[in-house]
Write a protein that binds this ligand. Sequence first.
Ligand code: ATP
Ligand code: MG
Length: 347
Amino acid sequence: MINIVVLPGDGIGPEVTAQAVACLTELSAERDLGLRFSEHDFGGVAIDRHGLPLPEATLEACRNADAVILGAVGGDKWNDAAERPEAGLLKLREELGLFANLRPARVLEALQDVSPLRPDISKGADILIVRELTSGIYFGERSSAHDAASDVCSYTREEIERIAHVAFRAAEHRRHKVTSVDKANVLATSKLWRETVTEVAKSYPGVELEHMYVDACAMVLITNPRRFDVILTENMFGDILSDELSVIGGSIGLLGSASVGSGGPGLFEPIHGSAPQIAGLNVANPAGAIASAVMMLEELGLGDSGRLLASALETTLLEGCRTSDLGGDASCSEFGEQVRENLRDCL
Ligand code: ATP
Ligand code: MG
């Protein structure tokens, strides 16, 4: 039995996760995967019900799970809360030791028309960003005075090694190339980054390693995205580059992500936020949540099932079934139902 904790969260989170869970339930029944789901309060909804975004019972359930599926958290309603929904997410990542964030993005043939890039540039682009998630400048010492402020960026060799291994292992299952992104011409942390990644690469002779400065990478993502396979980078650079990458495919609603650590359960969530303006209207695109479910299956060693779900999702888009963010009029539940219909066809 595989124990999956579902944290629907706020805004459109419950709507999109419901579609992903329905796909997984169907897949599990047909292929005897033994997936079991339990829902828990997390984020704003947990503040409303329990006074804090990450109640102890939710944390305990996540610790004991094989994987955690998350919708989205946050919304203006909780801006003045003592502990905001987003703080709950940071705490959950920390508690589960999730140091690697994986975000794949592709320009699908079926959605070439919604990509902001010219087809001759973007056609077939297929990139995975592996971002370090628990160190670097976002976690360094901060100080601010009236006329000066500083943020410290620091990395240890061990922190770089473990994230580099995640990237190289991922590349082994893809097109065998890692582009390590840094600013080694300026930053001390980037020099250590480059040196350490070069060392780790020796354990993966089948994977090609190249280094690129972050400013150059930001340009090449737009001018020649096809040259990338896996992009490996530190926390802040990864934050910025992954948002840049997210728009290449056409809609933020399409993309899933995985946050993984060493051994414990991973956290799987669409990259979009809670989008409160469209919450409850059944118009959100559940593709990102379903794409996250695909990543979860891969991470659980159920890659064959993951590929079936990925292909059902792609077929659905290829058939022209589109939610409003992609210019269509399919509802969230209609889109999910169509994915399940296509899934049944390939089971
Ligand atoms: P957050 O503060 O958590 O980032 P947000 O409301 O800013 O939440 P985003 O995910 O950043 O939400 O999305 C920005 C906008 O993109 C939303 O307001 C919504 O219009 C659109 N959007 C995001 N996700 C989806 C989706 N799954 N389907 C359709 N539209 C979406
Ligand atoms: Mg936002």
